[in-house]
Ligand binder design. Structure first.
Ligand SMILES: [Zn+2]
Length: 74
């Protein structure tokens, strides 16, 4: 769900609201003013989860390899 960040035009208070629809009336929690500037929410940015999945799939191969102890490469 979208979370919007607002900055009050009257007192400068910053606050965040979950807005279900555009008609939701948002007022400042500090001065109850309806005038505000909508900021881009940082929580809306997509988190990059591809690195975690890539890391687990292409990590160092456990066991096997040349130095497993059976090849005598030391
Ligand atoms: Zn305010």
């Amino acid at each position: 769900m979208p979370i919007y960040e607002y900055v009050c035009d009257d007192c400068g208070q910053r606050y965040e609201r979950i807005v279900m629809n555009q008609r939701t009336k948002v007022t400042c929690p500090k001065c109850d003013s309806g005038k505000h500037t909508v900021q881009l929410s940082v929580f809306a940015a997509p988190s990059n989860g591809s690195k975690a999945s890539n890391r687990s799939s292409s990590g160092p191969s456990g066991g096997g390899g040349c130095c497993g102890g059976a090849c005598g490469c030391h």
